[in-house]
Design a protein around this ligand. Structure first.
Ligand code: SF4
Length: 198
């Protein structure tokens, strides 16, 4: 089967850069499905920048935004993602990154300054209201260090002037959702509750 490097969902173009991820979230769609809308998002190999840009250039369908979000964490391919984002900007498209927020741990340096000017909007998975609960739901390979790193990343993106959204999935208790809302507001980000995809 052919690998799916880009796909459409609603009015957005999505880019599936990798299947690598440093979390193992209990609610991850990958636990239940192989993809979205008949697009199998498991990759036999990661697409090159040229392959993905060629696919983008071949699109005739209009879209409101291009989103780096597939079956893995795009920050594993930071340089490639930025190159593709610059290409999308050259086509007049807005860019968004949906991320677990652990890109600084993955890459070993502060990444938010590199996103500025290339990624217009960053959606960070906040997931829970403290490190212990986050660890239970996200099961990061980085252990307890992950939660603070995720919050630091979101705060750095806000400081860079990016449009930052922080999300939770509606599988957590309402009191935790409200606690997350306060954390998010304290960081100066927008808050969004996502529905669990069965
Ligand atoms: S961070 Fe995203 S891709 Fe990774 S396990 Fe969690 S939900 Fe799945």
């Amino acid at each position: 089967m052919k690998d799916t490097y880009i796909y459409f969902f609603e009015d957005k173009l999505y880019i599936n850069l990798t299947n690598r991820c440093c979390n193992d979230c209990t609610f991850c769609i990958r636990n239940n499905m192989d993809g979205i809308d008949n697009n199998n998002l498991w990759l036999s190999r990661e697409g090159t920048v040229k392959e993905i840009e060629d696919l983008i250039d071949a699109q005739t369908r209009d879209y409101s935004q291009a989103v780096f979000c597939g079956y893995g964490e795009s920050m594993y391919r930071l340089d490639d993602m930025l190159e593709i984002a610059r290409h999308l900007h050259s086509l007049g498209k807005k860019t968004r990154l949906d991320t677990n927020g652990l890109g600084d741990l993955i890459n070993g340096f502060e990444t938010a300054p590199l996103l500025k000017g290339n990624i217009d909007c960053v959606s960070v998975s906040l997931n829970q209201a403290n490190a212990e609960k986050y660890d239970e739901v996200s099961r990061p390979i980085y252990g307890k260090a992950a939660y603070k790193a995720m919050l630091d990343f979101a705060a750095a993106c806000v400081r860079q002037g990016l449009d930052v959204i922080m999300t939770v999935v509606d599988v957590i208790p309402q009191e935790d959702i409200e606690a997350c809302r306060k954390i998010c507001e304290g960081l100066g980000a927008r808050f969004r509750v996502r529905s669990y995809i069965k």
